[in-house]
Design a protein around this ligand. Structure first.
Ligand code: NDP
Length: 386
């Protein structure tokens, strides 16, 4: 019987919800492009409830304990004396989410003597040292597509809120003010602007599709070019590299995984090639940008605005400079953890666990590392240092 160690974010400060803003969730028939929604044999939760926090337990307890396994759930994940570190040595399976990541460093791999499977309940497994997983023969899987559309919607919201300068206007209303000039002096229309995405995978392409009706000029760069009919239907301009694309864009959105090719990509040098007054949105991973270079670009006016929901480390410390830098629209890491997304990634986590315990193959599109190699989706989108 296995021990499953699951790291989740804390419950709301006023306690686990007793009621919700809406009754249930819309039913989806599948993901864009035909990938099926998660297919566990059953679920033991009501879609639409809070599953991503400690008391929600990703809806897994009944299933795991019913099968004789042990489930340990904690939010205490950092520091050598954390509950996570104490529970890790005999854990067979580790589950965590990018929103509140259990950083699976090479050092922790050494401690985790029984570890066979790491599941990212969501998308983006960069909090796991993939080289170490390859070396140790540990399988890494994530719930591909579970929150891609959730993030794409967040990106569109952030682009509009920065360009139109929505957040400062909302502050003025809350403070009882009414100076129109104050709230329009940095407010523009998105129409006619050049918008580019770094990567056009599931999220990047969904952002492009959602922005097309805004009558903007759409650009992208990616390691693999999209099919010609997709480029034509959205009137996309493809660029060989990020460096080629950003100088022509008014708005840039980053939708690539964090891996050796993308780490630190947006530093002083690349930012200096952007148009004065460009907007940058990063909901992918914070370390794709250089933290202090972003602050400098906002202070100098090179960037007119920066938004996103990804920080390093997470949780971000109270004195993280992005909390106080000018013209930002940051949120805590939340875009991929809407109640809608939680229902999908919880069901997908259960599907992966069922496959693992029953000795059935995990879907290719969920696999990042397997059998000592990058595999499935991981082989397509990630790279390792070694
Ligand atoms: P996909 O795997 O569908 O897409 C990633 C794309 O990035 C692929 O098209 C890949 O190219 C491309 N890519 C990889 N490296 C580069 C590079 N060096 N330059 C340009 N493009 C590159 O993933 P998703 O779209 O679903 O997710 C993307 C990322 O978003 C995740 O890895 C995660 O970090 C982040 N994310 C954030 C969430 C949040 O809550 N904020 C939630 C979900 C995801 P190709 O495959 O063609 O080689």
């Amino acid at each position: 019987m296995a021990k499953v160690l699951c790291v989740l974010y804390d419950d709301p400060v006023d306690g686990y919800p007793k009621e919700y803003a809406r009754d249930g969730l819309p039913e989806l028939s599948g993901y864009p492009g035909g990938q099926t929604l998660p297919t566990p044999s059953a679920i033991d939760f009501t879609p639409g409830v809070l599953l991503g926090s400690v008391s929600g337990e990703l809806g897994l307890r009944e299933y795991l304990e019913g099968a004789g396994h042990t489930l340990v759930v904690t939010s205490d994940k950092d520091g050598a004396d954390s509950t996570f570190d104490r529970e890790l040595p005999d854990a067979d399976v580790v589950i965590s989410q990018p929103f509140w990541p259990a950083y699976m460093t090479a050092e922790r791999f050494e401690k985790a003597r029984n570890l066979k499977l790491i599941i990212t309940a969501g998308i983006g497994s960069d909090h796991t040292d993939l080289d170490a997983a390859v070396r140790k023969g540990v399988t890494v899987a994530e719930v591909t597509y579970s929150n891609s559309i959730s993030v794409a919607e967040h990106v569109v919201m952030m682009i509009l809120s920065l360009v139109r300068d929505y957040l400062p206007a909302w502050e003025v209303v809350k403070e009882g003010g009414w100076n129109i000039a104050d709230v329009v002096k940095r407010s523009y229309d998105l129409e006619g602007m050049h918008v580019g995405t770094v990567a056009a995978g599931r999220i990047g392409l969904a952002v492009l599709k959602r922005l097309a009706p805004f009558d903007v000029h759409l650009h992208y760069t990616d390691r693999h070019r999209l099919p010609r009919e997709v480029e034509e239907s959205l009137n996309l301009t493809w660029h060989e590299s990020t460096a080629d694309m950003v100088p022509v864009c008014d708005v840039v959105t980053i939708n690539a995984p964090l891996h050796p090719e993308t780490e630190g990509l947006f530093g002083d040098e690349l930012l200096s090639t952007m148009k004065r007054g460009a907007y940058l949105i990063d909901t992918a991973r914070a370390r794709i940008t250089d933290r202090d270079a972003i602050v400098r670009a906002l202070q100098s006016g090179r960037l007119a605005g920066y938004a996103g929901d990804v920080w390093f480390p997470q949780p971000a410390p109270p004195d993280h400079p992005w909390r106080t830098m000018p013209h930002h629209g940051m949120t805590p890491h939340m875009s991929g953890s809407s109640l809608s997304a939680q229902a999908r990634y919880s069901a997908g986590t259960r599907e992966i666990l069922e496959c693992f315990f029953e000795g059935r193959p995990i879907r290719e599109e969920y696999l990042i590392v397997e059998g000592g190699h990058l595999a499935g989706a991981g082989a397509h989108s990630y790279s390792t240092k070694e």
